[in-house]
Design a protein around this ligand. Structure first.
Ligand SMILES: CC/C=C\C/C=C\C/C=C\C/C=C\C/C=C\C/C=C/CCC(=O)SCCNC(=O)CCNC(=O)[C@H](O)C(C)(C)COP(=O)(O)OP(=O)(O)OC[C@H]1O[C@@H](n2cnc3c(N)ncnc32)[C@H](O)[C@@H]1OP(=O)(O)O
Ligand SMILES: CCCCCCCCCCCCCCCC(=O)OC[C@@H](O)COP(=O)(O)O
Length: 377
């Protein structure tokens, strides 16, 4: 057991995991590209194929979390709502505090069978991230520049396109728009004060436009909002590098199912509704802080084998050829070839490190800091 723990911290293991992710990801991106001619002929089939291909990429990160790091995921929700998860389209509203909240979200998607079709309102910058960003084009992810005047038309159009989506999907919204930092929190509470809104202790002030426009344009397609609040036990702030090193975390997710019909249609009422929701979310976080748990009954949706099987498949397909190739290059005896190989490996490692950097909060954007400062000038 101890040996396995040590093994998980070894650079060689990390290099193999990253290599498998990158190469399989690029192969899948190419396969996605091959589906392009199918879109005008049979759009629904193209979408279904892309869901499966997307699953094959995203589930590797799920497998990393569930099987490699052994992270546990506990769900606090009522049993009646539980029965509907994965069997309807829903908008998920989630707090944005953690570097691996996207992996945790994906893990819940996987356990309810909606991983390949899961959607998000994501910042445009993520569309340029190799593998995941490229995969998202084919999964009809909605991108925004976080500049409403520029986003309005594209966001509305992308949402409307989902009206005839052939698979059940969860559409994720981090209404805070950026990850929580003390600085962003302080500034956002100044905005709240100016607007006469109650202060939040654990959340940034939610941006309401994306939520209202999503509810408006997915009405009739989506049946509920899943108000979701995530925390990690023992005040842990998990990281992707921690997961890669095999560190085990424990995620607690509190989900309330709110029928979409109960959300006001009028835009300003919808915005007020969202502000109230965030005040309630803040209370749940306070409850968690005080008691170490969320309210309500606990269920533990079990991890499924599929993510592991998919991962092992790619490991089997890709590890042997690279070993043979590296061996041949080393045995070639040419210093030039060996140096080139070494430089290439270094460049790829740096690329993957850059991708991991995208998840790190201290390398995050200035959104929520910059715009207020500009407004104040
Ligand atoms: C059963 C299990 C249930 C659940 C399982 C959980 C999850 C699984 C679900 C799905 C998984 C799917 C995918 C996961 C994979 C990957 C996820 C990866 C992450 C990507 C996430 C992101 O990229 S987050 C960033 C991008 N997204 C967003 O920003 C969305 C939220 N934002 C909005 O909706 C915005 O409105 C907008 C982006 C559409 C437009 O933003 P913009 O800033 O241009 O305009 P706004 O008008 O909204 O903002 C100005 C108003 O905001 C006020 N305000 C508040 N605070 C500030 C501040 N700090 N500075 C300035 N302004 C601020 C301001 O006063 C304005 O107010 P008005 O009253 O004038 O509106
Ligand atoms: C299997 C080994 C994998 C190794 C490499 C994996 C790298 C995957 C990186 C993909 C990044 C995808 C998602 C990150 C989501 C995220 O959390 O974005 C932050 C935004 O919401 C808000 O940004 P900000 O305003 O900067 O806080």
């Amino acid at each position: 057991m101890g040996l396995l723990k040590v093994l998980k911290t070894q650079l060689l293991c990390h290099l193999i995991i990253c290599y498998v992710f990158l190469v399989s990801g690029i192969i899948i991106n190419l396969l996605q590209l091959c589906t392009l001619p199918l879109w005008p002929i049979n759009k629904q089939l193209a979408r279904k194929i892309n869901c499966r291909l997307g699953y094959s990429i995203a589930s590797q990160l799920v497998a990393l979390l569930e099987w490699w790091s052994g992270t546990e995921c506990t769900l606090y929700t009522d049993p009646e709502s539980f029965r509907l998860y994965g069997k309807e389209n829903a908008i998920v509203v989630l707090n944005h505090n953690f570097e691996i909240d996207f992996m945790t979200g994906w893990t819940f998607c996987e356990r309810f069978g909606v991983l390949g079709s899961s959607k998000v309102l994501a910042k445009k910058e993520l569309s340029f991230v190799p593998v995941i960003g490229w995969m998202w084009y084919f999964l009809e992810i909605v991108f925004c520049k976080r500049k409403w005047e520029e986003d309005r038309n594209t966001v509305v159009q992308s949402l409307r396109n989902l009206q005839d989506y052939p698979e059940f999907f969860w559409f994720l919204l981090h209404c805070e728009g950026t990850r929580f930092t003390e600085k962003k929190h302080k500034i956002s509470m100044e905005v709240a004060e100016k607007k006469g809104l109650p202060k939040l202790k654990y959340h940034l002030l939610p941006r309401t436009k994306g939520f209202c426009v999503t509810v408006q344009n997915l009405r009739g397609k989506v049946t509920a909002v899943y108000d979701s609040t995530l925390n990690f036990r023992n005040n842990e702030m998990p990281t992707l590098l921690g997961v890669l090193n095999g560190k085990k975390y424990h995620a607690d997710l509190y989900v309330r199912r709110i029928p979409l019909d109960s959300i006001p249609e009028d835009e300003s009422e919808c915005a007020a509704w969202l502000h109230k929701l965030y005040q309630e979310k803040d209370e749940f976080q306070e409850h968690y802080r005080q008691t170490g748990r969320f309210p309500g009954p606990i269920t533990n949706p079990p991890r499924r084998l599929w993510a592991l099987v998919n991962w092992l498949f790619w490991v089997c397909v890709l590890v042997y050829p690279i070993c043979v190739l590296l061996l041949q290059l080393l045995l070639s005896g040419s210093t030039f070839t060996i140096v080139c190989t070494f430089v290439f490996c270094l460049a790829v490692s740096a690329g993957v490190r850059w991708m991991i950097g995208q998840t790190e909060i201290d390398k995050g954007s200035n959104y929520g800091v910059k715009d207020v400062q500009m407004n104040n000038n």
